[in-house]
Design a protein around this ligand. Sequence first.
Ligand SMILES: *[C@@H]1O[C@H](CO)[C@@H](O)[C@H](O)[C@H]1NC(C)=O
Ligand SMILES: *[C@@H]1O[C@H](CO)[C@@H](O)[C@H](O)[C@H]1NC(C)=O
Length: 468
Amino acid sequence: MVFTGSGGLRAPPLLLSFLLPAIWEAGSGQLHYSVPEEAKHGTFVGRIAQDLGLELTELVPRLFRVASKGRGDLLEVNLQNGILFVNGRIDREELCGRSAECSLHLEVIVDRPLQVFHVEVEVKDINDNSPVFPMTVKNLFIYESRQLGSRFSLEGAVDADIGTNSLLTYNLDSTEYFTLDVKKNNEDIKSLGLILKKLLNREDTPEHHLLITATDGGKPELTGTTQVKVTVLDVNDNAPVFERTLYRVRLFENAPNGTLAVTVNASDLDEGVNKDIVYSFHADISAEILSKFHLDPVNGCIRVNANLDFEETKLYEIEVEATDKGNPPMTDHCTVLVEIVDINDNAPELVIKSLALPVLENSEVGTTIALISVSDRDSGTNGQVTCSLTPDTPFKLVSTFKNYYSLVLDSTLDRETTSEYKVVVTARDGGSPPLWATASVSVEVADVNDNAPVFAQAEYTVFVKENN
Ligand SMILES: *[C@@H]1O[C@H](CO)[C@@H](O)[C@H](O)[C@H]1NC(C)=O
Ligand SMILES: *[C@@H]1O[C@H](CO)[C@@H](O)[C@H](O)[C@H]1NC(C)=O
């Protein structure tokens, strides 16, 4: 202990040593006050001089002063009335953080004789802090396949106050999909979570916006909120669906290579790869269909890939699949019926079946000379054949049966006038334009008064002419 100044050593060493025990005695009896934090400047804390047993008049002469550890400016003593009052902003949270006890320690010192008093001023908490969530918006990403009862952790709010002022209760704004789960763990820190109580379906609702409110136990209470944005992640729970199960199309035979037959279309309610669709022919598709048609896996266009011949195949039944790229993938299928429409691409054919030659000149009218059959590979009117004969001959065509004709004698013959006839039979179909074929028959007339001469074997020729 060093005493300096003009006054020098005021008390003899003996007196000093006598006084020391008194100081310790005074110091051991602590004064205790309390003040609420955030109290206004000038707020009364305590009659410190009076409570320490000091006269107001001796405060100045004895150099009454207050020292505090650190924050000496927060409280001050009026030397006129000896009252301890608030001199600066006292923020409990700033001084003591979250610890339950918070006090300012003052040392009051007077000289002549030197005395030191200890004063403790408890700073009382007021509810001046709202609960605060770490984030104003919390993003959660949850697969739509998550099961009921799944828990999704959230960070709770913190409240800088203490005691009931920081005791938080939580509330979730009404939603049918989640409930709030608040757990207390060992350190009394609440762990917050959302519990799934209704199955999510991204296709119905891809996002949920929730609001959580934390309310403290102060009077009046303070609140803090956080928004929870739940993004529902897709899983491959929807199969592709063809817009039609059956597509019917008609294509003319001989359609040029590349002709579009039909575009099949399927859609999928999922998103991303789960909705990406690949089109394909069914695995069991026939080699013929595979060669005749091409299916674009991306856009579902089915095009002609080889010549289509009505006379070969009139109807194709094509099974088509749509498969998404999900894992595992899902599939739908449809049927495409391609009806081939005939065009008049086949000329009639003529066949002379049998000939009764030569013809005797006295043969009766109605004698059959040849049998002719006609045919046409086309169908409908394209395949309907009518036959005609060179005019001005003594013959006629008689239809005997469907597509069968007889060449019969229509008037008497006279070998001396005409010994040989060239008969041309024309078969014409009903197409538009029509196609036709001709057959030429040489008919010899034999004399009956002589011995019948022996003719060379009868000859006939068949010409087929197409008009294109
Ligand atoms: C396929 O079907 C979906 C759903 O019906 C539709 O939105 C889309 O436009 C169709 N695509 C084509 C190429 O027709
Ligand atoms: C038809 O076109 C496709 C694609 O250009 C080709 O691969 C195919 O060989 C063609 N078919 C014929 C019969 O020309």
